[in-house]
Design a protein around this ligand. Structure first.
Ligand code: NI
Length: 186
């Protein structure tokens, strides 16, 4: 099932998401639907708040990003109730985008590596280290669970230039190839 993706400006994208309750039977189905929704929009990551659910879940597929080496190192994974334990390594810049903020891209600095504790969709617990593009996607999606968007890191003149575009997106003034829910659309 493909969910509509919530656009910039919706309050759900600004809330700190709650842990997903263990024992909820619909977890594997939800994860499957989130992957379907992400692939339908040609995304590499999707967090539950982006489908209007304020729960600590995101899915990523970094096997479809970058060059052959990046793809080989990539992972397709669901992260349930994740906690980033540590971030380290040199900060590096990468041009990010977001399915909730179509047509907007910006170079964002983030640390190269991280260690994350999480559960998979079968409730097995993992603690794992990731780097490169996979770490980048995890950091972006993890931010969604904290109510943070990549555009929050854009400052100064660039942010001023972005503002009207962001308002336009929340009103639905954007041409996008997947179904969205716009908070200010009349
Ligand atoms: Ni995003």
């Amino acid at each position: 099932m493909i969910y509509p993706i919530v656009a910039y400006g919706d309050n759900v994208l600004r809330k700190e998401a709650e842990d997903f309750p263990e024992g909820s039977e619909d977890l594997t189905q939800l994860v499957e639907n989130m992957f379907e929704t992400m692939y339908n929009a040609n995304g590499v990551g999707l967090a539950a708040p982006q489908i209007g659910m304020s729960h600590r879940i995101f899915v990523i597929d970094s096997t479809i990003m970058g060059d052959e080496e990046d793809k080989a190192k990539g992972v397709k994974r669901a992260f349930i109730n994740p906690e980033i334990v540590d971030e380290y390594g040199n900060e590096w810049s990468f041009e990010e985008g977001c399915l909730s903020i179509p047509d907007v891209h910006a170079e964002i600095l983030r640390p190269e590596k991280l260690t994350i504790n999480y559960f998979d969709e079968l409730w097995n617990e993992h603690e794992e280290e990731f780097d490169g593009l996979t770490a980048r996607v995890i950091q972006h999606e993890y931010d969604h669970l904290e109510g943070v968007l990549f555009t929050d890191y854009v400052k100064g003149l660039k942010k001023q230039m972005l503002r009207s575009k962001l308002v336009g997106i929340s009103k639905g003034n954007v041409d996008v190839g997947y179904r969205m829910k716009f908070p200010l659309k009349k």
